[in-house]
Design a protein around this ligand. Structure first.
Ligand code: FES
Ligand SMILES: [Fe+2]
Length: 388
């Protein structure tokens, strides 16, 4: 009889654990996909700042192009030829050959140069033509644009500047953990958003209570609440391209409002220009590092890739859970951003968070001048620093 009860109880526990596993890890929280109307998208994009702010951006993993290979990549509303010479150096060129505009990504690598598939002109990583097989001289204007490239964190990074200016900051030393942490996985998605909306998220304190107050553990929201304590700081001088956002998320009992010990987590999010965010999660169940890259493909079209790392001591299931929680929160944000447009003069109240300060900070990434920057600077000038 006792054995029977033990067996039945074990079975029930097993079913409960399996159900929770499916609900948390398999079912997860899927992102809502919307069918987009191209004409409406144009209207929605109209008031946003320029689609391509200045900064370092990822084109993808270094492993996408091996020695002697060339691939075609979309970024900044155009196509790029990304190749790797026999010396291991990566070159990124505007894809159309200056001769008769063949697609250089269909060519091949010879030594350290890229050879056009049409008439075999050879191009160096700086975009200059090195050799024309059937001519003695190479004209001085035989060149395509060679992008400023560097490889960091296992990614191919390029510097984009709308006026063609040289890099004003470096990605060196931004994510030292990458050397020691274990790489877990990569995710990739294309979002119909403007990059700036993602940045404004950290300064928009009021939305946390309405968008991010639930856990992915089923039914948990009937018993517990998540309390966020938020702060954001903006870099100055040599660090002016960075900003730091912190979120202490504590769990409290719904009924009493009392803190549940050892249940919360802390996240520090560092913005490195408009193209990268690095999330550092520190929780009771382990640490996790998320390198989030944004590559603008066109107006309201952004490729977002996540590279997930954790210290070797963090359990895989803990990483899975933390990533599930983080992704669920992003999905809730994205559902809103993909249907909003941009107000240069939003109506803000006390408690909204330093949204206009964030806009003023972000405006350094645009060479162009527009309402989005003018109103942000004006608003920051008249409000105390820690207010709206
Ligand atoms: S089009 Fe490239 S060499 Fe002629
Ligand atoms: Fe959010």
């Amino acid at each position: 009889m006792v054995l029977k009860i033990v067996l039945i109880l074990s079975l029930l526990v097993l079913v409960a654990v399996a159900t929770l596993y499916v609900l948390i890890f398999v079912k997860g929280k899927k992102r809502v996909r919307i069918a987009f109307d191209k004409e409406y998208e144009k209207i929605r994009a109209k008031d946003y700042p320029p689609a391509f702010p200045n900064g370092w951006f990822s084109l993808g993993e270094s492993s996408m192009v091996k020695k002697g290979e060339v691939v075609e990549v979309d970024a900044f509303g155009q196509k790029l030829a990304v190749f790797r010479g026999q010396n291991g150096e990566v070159g990124v060129l505007d894809v159309y050959c200056p001769h008769l505009n063949a697609n250089l990504a269909d060519g091949c690598v010879k030594g350290n140069n890229l050879v056009c598939p049409f008439h075999a002109w050879e191009f160096k990583t700086n975009g200059k033509c090195a050799h024309i097989p059937y001519a003695d001289k190479v004209p001085h204007n035989a060149e395509t644009k060679g992008w400023t490239v560097k490889e960091d964190w296992g990614l191919i990074l390029v510097w984009y500047h709308s006026e063609g200016e040289a890099p004003s900051w470096t990605t060196d030393g931004c994510v030292p953990e990458v050397a020691d942490y274990k790489f877990h996985l990569k995710t990739s998605d294309v979002l119909r958003i403007h990059l700036q909306d993602f940045a404004e998220n950290g300064a928009d304190y009021a939305h946390f209570a309405y968008v991010h107050d639930l856990l992915t553990i089923p039914w948990a929201h009937h018993i517990v609440d998540v309390k966020h304590t938020l702060n954001i700081q903006f870099g100055e001088g040599e660090k002016k391209h960075t900003a730091w956002f912190t979120d202490q998320a504590d769990l409290v009992w719904k009924k009493s409002g009392k803190l549940i010990p050892h249940a919360g987590g802390h996240a520090t999010v560092t913005y490195y220009g408009p193209g990268f965010l690095v999330f550092r999660f520190n929780t009771e169940i382990g640490k996790m590092l998320l390198v989030k890259t944004f590559t603008p493909l066109g107006p309201l079209k952004v490729k977002m890739e996540d590279y997930v790392y954790a210290p070797k001591s963090t359990w895989k299931i803990a990483v899975k859970y933390l990533l599930g929680e983080a992704s669920a929160q992003f999905h809730d944000d994205i559902a809103i951003w993909e249907k909003k447009n941009f107000a240069a003069r939003p109506v803000l109240v006390k408690g909204d968070g330093p949204i206009m300060k964030m806009r003023a900070w972000y405006s350094q990434f645009y060479s162009q001048k527009g309402d989005w920057a003018k109103h942000a600077h004006a608003a920051v000038a008249v409000l105390p620093v820690n207010e709206n």
